[in-house]
Design a protein around this ligand. Structure first.
Ligand code: G
Ligand code: G
Ligand code: MN
Ligand code: NA
Length: 257
């Protein structure tokens, strides 16, 4: 299959869709956020995961058009949910390095928010540590422009980059996402809890919220509670699910009020 041509068509013909993974308070079990993840429903091949098409999107520059679609679709979905549910949890969107660096991102985010009547904190932008440390000065400018429009900023896959921690306090970041490799190690005995503990402590001292990714077992969740890590996402609570399934979860959540 010519992936590039097929992906170009997929973006144009509406073959992409978003699934959403709930983010949950470790103590109360309440949903406190959602992460949007892109999927491709190919007419012949069926479901294709981003692991297969993101590299192609990034190599060919199609990641810009794909990213624009993701951003606008997530904001449109937030508007639809706002109209139906009485709750205000942020929806996070992942942004690739090329999207982040191209200079257009803050303007695109502002347009997507404006077009859907959103104020800002309903949307969270996830960037990886490695995207930021390539050029900290340029990253600071882009993040500051995003913050001016009110969106939240999360550092994805945190702990895996070769970051000097000195850049952290200079960047307007709201949230650290502990990379799932550290959570996986918690239960295999491959290492102790020192990295998650250090990240939770770092978050506390910098005034950032901290979320653990890839939580699959009750044992991992209990360890995170012991570390006072405030939230988590992972298969233990829910896989990433289509919008309709999110709505069933939100109905339960709002009914519980
Ligand atoms: O569920 P999962 O297979 O979706 O995600 C695999 C990888 O693809 C993760 O690193 C995730 O951050 C990335 N990813 C998922 N959706 C998007 C998206 O909409 N944009 C970008 N840039 N990356 C995404
Ligand atoms: O890089 P990023 O953190 O955005 O990637 C999210 C990826 O993690 C997606 O591929 C998503 O499907 C996957 N994921 C979410 N929860 C879990 C989990 O509990 N275990 C594992 N192994 N992967 C998960
Ligand atoms: Mn992510
Ligand atoms: Na991540």
């Amino acid at each position: 299959m010519d992936l590039e041509g097929a992906l170009r068509r997929a973006i144009r013909e509406g073959e992409l869709f978003l699934v959403y993974q709930p983010q949950v308070d470790t103590l109360t079990g309440r949903i406190v956020g959602l992460e949007a993840l892109v999927r491709w429903n190919h007419p012949e091949e069926g479901l294709i995961l981003p692991g297969r098409f993101l590299p192609v999107a990034e190599e060919t520059g199609l990641v810009q058009a794909m990213g624009d679609w993701v951003l606008f679709e997530a904001c449109a979905q937030i508007r639809r949910w706002r109209a139906r549910f009485d709750l205000s949890i942020p929806v996070a969107v992942n942004v690739s390095g090329a999207q982040f660096r191209d200079g257009q991102l803050p303007a695109k985010v502002a347009r997507a928010l404006d077009a859907n009547g959103l104020s800002g904190p309903e949307l969270e932008i996830e960037v990886t540590e490695s995207t930021l440390i390539d050029d900290v000065e340029a990253a600071a400018e882009t993040l500051t422009a995003l913050k001016r429009r009110g969106v939240l900023i999360a550092l994805d896959d945190f702990g895996t980059g070769y970051s000097s921690l000195s850049y952290l306090h200079r960047l307007p970041i709201d949230k650290l996402k502990i990379d799932r490799s550290f959570i996986h190690d918690l239960s295999t005995g491959a290492s102790d809890a020192s990295v998650p503990r250090a990240i939770v402590g770092l978050g506390r001292s910098l005034g950032l919220s901290v979320i653990a990714e890839g939580v699959e077992t009750q044992e991992q969740l209990q360890l995170l509670r012991d570390l006072a890590c405030e939230s988590y996402q992972g298969f233990l609570f829910s896989r990433p699910v289509p919008a309709e399934e999110v709505e069933r979860l939100l109905e339960k959540l709002t009914a519980a009020h």
